[in-house]
Structure formats: C-alpha cells, structure tokens
Design a binder for this molecule. Sequence first.
Ligand SMILES: [Zn+2]
Length: 65
Amino acid sequence: MDEADIAAERIEREMASLLALRRHTGPAPTGACLWCGEPLAPSLRWCSAECRDDWERKHARAHRR
Ligand SMILES: [Zn+2]
C-alpha cells in the first residue's frame, strides 16, 4: 500500500465513524458533545467516536447485566 491508499483508508474509516455517530439512536443533539461538552454542529451529539464510545459505555451499563 502506498501513502495515498493509507490516507484513503483512514478517511474511509473516519467517514464510517461519523456515519455511525449520525445513525446512533439516543438523546437529541444539543449543539455540544454529550461527553466532553465540546461545541459542535447542531446535528451532532459527539465530537468523536471516542466520546461516543465512552458515553455509550457509561449509558450501556444500565441496560446490560
Ligand atoms: Zn467530545
């Protein structure tokens, strides 16, 4: 793989995580990251997949045994 392939793959992965952020069902977007409070576009709920994952981990505990 050359550098362009690596970059393209990284972009693809980031796009996938952004789509996952959008598709996630849950609380309504507030204009700020629900996990760290970072200001965001009004349609987003988390600034990154990491914040979403941390948030989900915390909130999943109530649903999982
Ligand atoms: Zn965040």
